[in-house]
Design a protein around this ligand. Structure first.
Ligand code: PAF
Length: 282
């Protein structure tokens, strides 16, 4: 496995792979790797000749009230995990390497961002889109792997790839779950024992929604109401949102039909958990 820190060297290596007709599977991350990332690396390893992981804590996607310096970092651990998953290259640039000057072009994501987590993080997806445009041009991936735990990010990347004509296949990867159904997250460690027991009710509420829709429910308001009620009755968490949109457009729906995202965010005392499911509704 090679660790590359400069854009010039990374592009050179990737162009070489391309000229040899090799496919490149790319997993973009901000490091501090967890099981979600491991499932992305595994999938990329299965489907490509070469696997590239980038580790870059992107300052542009942090808001003024979000602590960039407090973001967890552990390169030695990440390096070991990547090596064990058969990653071929880690791209590990500095902030100066990625953003050397004041930019003369700004990227603004104008759709799919004013709902869900995007609503409370203005500018966040502009930062994500900016860094991904750069990373896609540096790494030249054949396929890019993103976790569906952040379904809104996947929707934004889908728009980005389409609008900017990147010759990249977007591969959304299913959320990794604990045995009881709780979506794996580095934030789960901040739950008290009681809250950890209760947190399973979040995935249960998504399952209840799925069953209700399977039995014929087509009203988004009914499904949202039922899920809110279940979470309120069975946890001490505060519902931040339970929302339903068409996917990946993230448009409002009067009747459930087609590909549908059901997403929730719930605040516990020290952790805000998110989860979602995507269903195909007849
Ligand atoms: O999901 C993340 O870790 C980041 O948003 C990403 C895609 C690596 C861009 O910085």
């Amino acid at each position: 496995m090679r660790i590359i820190r400069t854009i010039t060297e990374m592009q050179k290596q990737m162009q070489q792979l391309k000229s040899e007709g090799k496919s490149i599977g790319y997993v973009p991350t901000m490091g501090f790797l967890h099981e979600g990332h491991i499932s992305l690396m595994n999938r990329a390893r299965l489907e490509n000749d070469a696997v590239v992981l980038s580790i870059f804590v992107n300052p542009l996607q942090f808001g003024p009230a979000e602590d960039l310096d407090a973001y967890p970092r552990d390169f030695e651990r990440d390096h070991e995990i990547a090596e064990n998953q058969g990653v071929d290259y880690i791209f590990y640039p500095s902030v100066e390497e990625m953003y050397p000057d004041n930019a003369s072009v700004k990227v603004s994501v104008v759709d799919r961002t004013n709902v869900l987590c995007g609503k409370s993080r203005p500018g966040h997806f502009d930062g994500v889109a900016t860094v991904l445009i750069k990373l896609f041009n540096i790494i030249l991936p054949t396929r890019a792997y993103f976790g569906l735990k952040d379904a809104q990010q996947v929707a934004v990347v889908d728009g980005l790839i389409r609008d900017f004509n990147f010759p990249i296949e977007l591969i959304p990867v299913e959320t990794v779950r604990e045995e009881d159904g709780l979506a794996k997250s580095s934030r789960n460690v901040y739950l008290s024992d009681d809250e950890r027991q209760q947190a399973v009710e979040l995935s249960k509420s998504l399952e209840m929604a799925r069953l209700a829709i399977e039995r014929g429910e087509r009203s988004p308001d009914e499904v949202v109401g039922m899920m809110r009620h279940h979470i309120k009755e069975n946890t001490t968490g505060t519902v931040d949102y339970v929302e339903i949109y068409s996917y990946p457009e993230l448009g409002e729906m009067e009747t459930l039909k087609g590909k549908v995202l059901i997403a929730l965010a719930v605040k516990f005392s020290k952790a805000r958990l998110i989860d979602n499911t995507i269903l195909e509704v007849e």
